[in-house]
Design a protein around this ligand. Structure first.
Ligand SMILES: Nc1ncnc2c1ncn2[C@@H]1O[C@H](COP(=O)(O)OP(=O)(O)OP(=O)(O)O)[C@@H](O)[C@H]1O
Ligand SMILES: [Mg+2]
Length: 212
């Protein structure tokens, strides 16, 4: 399977979710390849820190520009290829969308993120014309942990207007442990925070199905 974690909003949490899902699935015994398709190299740098920390090894490759052939080729050799594309409309994002089985779009419940959806929806239509099997999911990320804040409910309502985008029922909340994990080359399942561990496992179950 090729899972593309992408979207047009910078800093939404794509690399965070991509690296965390890679760790969860590697721990489940899946042969994972993390393909860093962002010239910024967030995923590759995270991986370099991971290697220095001698944690469970996960394969990582870097490719920018046209990534269709690379993603397809890696999918022959790995059970799961997670593509981390940078936060803008790019050649990487568009070519990966044609190769992917699923596009996962991390979206913050903020107006700036939600405003990118109109354009993303056009890009998705174009990709689907070439890749009819492409599934598209959005996941709300960096949501406030304060239950009184209604941003998530508002975002859900807005996302309901986009029929081609299925909203994941799991939510990733804004927690410092995600920043710490990124810095340490870890996934939150390797950190001491039960809430973050649980929410990323739930998201993985929703995307890949329950394994345990
Ligand atoms: N759920 C979260 N809780 C707390 N901090 C987060 C969360 N998700 C992401 N961050 C932090 O926000 C910043 C941006 O996250 P990340 O690099 O994953 O975003 P991105 O969408 O990949 O950005 P880009 O568009 O630049 O590729 C990082 O410092 C990261 O640690
Ligand atoms: Mg990124």
């Amino acid at each position: 399977m090729i899972l593309l974690v992408g979207g047009e909003k910078g800093g939404a949490g794509k690399s965070t979710i991509g690296s965390n899902l890679a760790v969860v699935m590697a721990k489940r015994g899946i042969d994972v390849m993390l393909l860093d398709a962002d010239p910024q190299g967030t995923a590759s740098k995270w991986m370099a820190r991971r290697n220095d920390a001698s944690l469970q090894a996960i394969h990582c490759a870097q490719k920018t520009g046209e990534v269709y052939a690379t993603a397809k080729d890696l999918a022959k050799r790995y059970e799961l290829v997670i593509v981390d594309a940078g936060g803008r409309d790019s050649k990487e994002l568009r070519s990966a969308m044609v190769a992917a089985d699923m596009l996962l779009m991390p979206i913050q419940a903020s107006i700036a993120d939600l405003e990118t959806l109109d354009h993303m929806s056009e890009v998705i239509s174009m990709a689907k014309a070439m890749n009819t099997a492409l599934a598209v999911k959005a996941v709300i990320t960096r949501a406030p942990t304060n239950p009184i804040i209604t941003e998530v409910a508002d975002a859900r309502e807005l996302l309901a207007d986009y029929q081609e985008i299925e909203l994941a029922s799991s939510i990733v909340r804004d927690r410092k442990v995600y920043r710490d994990a990124l810095l340490e080359g870890r996934g939150v399942v390797e950190m001491d925070n039960g809430k973050a561990r649980a929410e990323i496992q739930l998201l993985a179950n929703e995307i890949f199905g329950e394994v345990e």
